[in-house]
Every structure is written in structure tokens, then in C-alpha cells.
Design a protein around this ligand. Structure first.
Ligand code: CDP
Ligand code: MG
Length: 159
């Protein structure tokens, strides 16, 4: 089914000027950008976005990372978009991510290095994990007016 999913280009991706290359990958796969913005997240917003992780041991370093600079947030639309985007992004640890995934091609950070330094894994992207989370995360980041349907374009040009 046609779904929507939330993607963030995290502060490391923005700082490394990878915004264009990352967006191009999603567009090349036929996913449609139906909303996009740049936002500098604060601690309160981080706690909302990462509500599931707030009590985890890595949260403090994750929060420091996500508030360290602006992020680019976008909502992508396409067939099974949640699953497809996660596949394109790759697993959490860039060291373990296969070449061909965004994390595997553009990063190489490891759990070992991050833990030793007391910092979060710099892995360029946040991508929603499940369809249920997609609804909550999109609602947190975007108002209805900021999202634009491409259903007609899909049928005409992509599918
Ligand atoms: O982003 P993803 O869904 O792949 O991973 P997660 O388990 O939901 O964790 C969210 C983010 O926290 C990761 O993307 C990492 O940036 C960070 N993290 C970390 O720094 N150290 C860990 N042991 C686990 C996660
Ligand atoms: Mg996650």
C-alpha cells in the first residue's frame, strides 16, 4: 500500500553537506517528498521525538547529537515506504551497514568508537521504524497544511 514515512537527515549529514545526495537517493527510488523543512531541535522536542529511547542508557548522548545542529525533516510517500526507506538507510551501526545503503556508503562510525568516546552513533539518518510510529512521528513534525499529496503524480508517472 502507499504509505508515508518520516526521514531526518541528522546534524552530521547536514554538516557534511550530504543533504542533496541523500535526497537524490530517495527520489531515484521513486519515493515522493510530500513535506520538507529544516529545524534545529531543542531538548524538549528531542524527548518527544525519541520518547521510546528517553530511559535508555544512550539517550543522553543521542540528545546531545540530535540538538547539535539543524536537521532536515521530510515525509516520503511511496509503496511500503516505511520498509523501503529502512532498507535504503541500513542498520543503525554504519560499520555494519552494507555498501549500497546510505549509512554504509556515507558513514563508518561504530558502537565501539561511539561508546569509548561517550557519544551517539553518527549515522546520518533517522527513519521511522513501523507504520504505527510513522503516524505519530509525522504528526509531531508536520502539520496537515505542510503536507502535499502526490497520489495523482504517482499514478501518472511512477507506477
Ligand atoms: O535509528 P535507528 O532506528 O536505526 O536506531 P534506534 O535503536 O532507534 O536508536 C536511535 C538512535 O540512537 C540511533 O540512530 C543512534 O544515533 C543512537 N544510538 C546510539 O548512539 N547508541 C546506541 N547504542 C543505540 C542508538
Ligand atoms: Mg529507531
Amino acid at each position: 500500500m502507499i504509505e508515508r514515512t518520516l526521514v531526518l537527515i541528522k546534524p552530521d549529514g547536514v554538516e557534511r553537506a550530504l543533504i542533496g545526495q541523500i535526497i537524490t537517493r530517495f527520489e531515484n527510488a521513486g519515493l515522493k517528498i510530500v513535506g520538507m523543512k529544516m529545524k534545529w531541535v531543542d531538548k524538549e522536542f528531542s524527548r518527544k521525538h525519541y520518547a521510546a529511547h528517553v530511559d535508555k542508557p544512550f539517550y543522553k548522548s543521542l540528545e546531545a547529537f540530535i540538538i547539535s545542529g539543524p536537521v532536515v525533516a521530510m515525509v516520503l510517500e511511496g509503496i511500503d515506504a516505511v520498509e523501503i526507506v529502512r532498507k535504503m538507510v541500513g542498520p543503525t551501526e554504519p560499520k555494519a551497514a552494507q555498501p549500497g545503503t546510505i549509512r554504509g556508503d556515507y558513514a563508518h562510525h561504530s558502537y565501539g568508537y561511539a561508546d569509548k568516546k561517550g557519544i551517539a552513533i553518527k549515522n546520518l539518518i533517522h527513519a521511522t521504524g513501523t507504520k504505527e510510529e510513522a503516524k505519530q512521528e509525522i504528526a509531531l513534525w508536520f502539520s496537515k497544511e505542510e503536507l502535499h499529496s502526490y497520489a495523482t503524480v504517482h499514478e501518472k508517472h511512477t507506477l
